[in-house]
Ligand binder design. Structure first.
Ligand SMILES: [Fe+2]
Length: 280
């Protein structure tokens, strides 16, 4: 595929409806001069891959901040170590098992994070790829009749629903812990300040308000199946040193299964949210 020159940002499209590979050097990325172009490409493509850029933690934080980052991770640190091994992540490892199923981060927060950035430090010998799906380009391609049908639907999202994917027979203690994290009601179709629209789906999407359970499941899972189908999805097979950033508001993501004790380690930073799911 031909390399495109867009001002000084060098990239190639991965697929027409999702993903681009950025080819600039680490020094160019850290200069901050490309930040505006990178953010525009991120909005357009949903997922950006920086192959073998080999960021140190300090460089990853600097790059995140150059893009308008500065968000603190759930651990309170700037860098969060993503691992399913509870000797590394203690209690969070259990919630992270939900990351093996399609989801959007922060559906429980009024203002979701803008984007997440992962750098591969240690790979699992098998599995541990990351899948992405674009809920904005897939929305555009929905039949008009479907768009009309879902336009005003509202969906209850909950962390506790997502936990049933990996723990179908929880204890009462687990259920009470999960349910203590709250719920959120969000529009099924989110309209961005830019005017773009995307669908809010994934493993936290519990039910559509006002629909019976059968209809509700057909709507949420039918749309998820469509949004994650071939033209709109991309599987990233990691090489150590790769960094990937994705637009969290317009992307579903998941890890493919891997041995939690394989040593797989990703370092994550996040970009602060700039828009509520629902602007008042
Ligand atoms: Fe996630």
């Amino acid at each position: 595929m031909a390399t495109q020159i867009d001002s000084r940002l060098r990239f190639e499209q991965i697929k027409p409806k999702i993903g681009a590979r950025v080819l600039n050097s680490k020094q160019e990325l850290l200069s901050g001069e490309l930040s505006e172009d990178i953010l525009a490409l991120l909005e357009k493509s949903g997922v950006l891959v920086f192959p073998r850029i080999d960021f140190t933690d300090e460089e990853q934080v600097a790059f995140t901040n150059a893009l308008g980052g500065n968000a603190r991770e759930i651990s309170g640190n700037e860098v969060f170590k993503v691992s399913l091994d509870e000797s590394i992540n203690a209690k969070v490892a259990e919630y992270l098992k939900g990351s093996l199923y399609w989801h959007i981060d922060g559906t429980m927060n009024p203002v979701p994070i803008r984007a997440s950035m992962l750098t591969a430090k240690v790979l699992a010998p098998e599995g541990g790829d990351t899948d992405f799906a674009n809920t904005a380009t897939s929305y555009v391609d929905l039949p008009q009749e479907t768009k009309d049908r879902i336009a005003d639907l509202r969906v209850v999202h909950s962390l506790w629903r997502s936990q049933f994917y990996h723990t179908p027979e929880p204890t009462m203690e687990q259920i009470e812990d999960w349910q203590s994290k709250g719920e959120a009601e969000l529009p099924l179709v989110c309209t961005h300040r830019s005017g773009r629209k995307s669908m809010v789906l994934g493993n936290t999407a519990h039910y559509v308000i006002g629909k019976d359970p059968k209809e509700s499941y057909r709507i949420l899972h039918g749309l998820r199946e469509f949004a994650t189908s071939e033209p709109y999805s991309y599987r990233h097979k990691w090489t150590v040193g790769d960094t990937v950033i994705w637009d969290n508001r317009t992307s579903l993501h998941r890890a493919t299964p891997y041995d939690p004790y394989s040593g797989r380690m990703m370092h994550r930073t996040i970009l602060d949210g700039t828009e509520a799911w629902e602007e008042q």
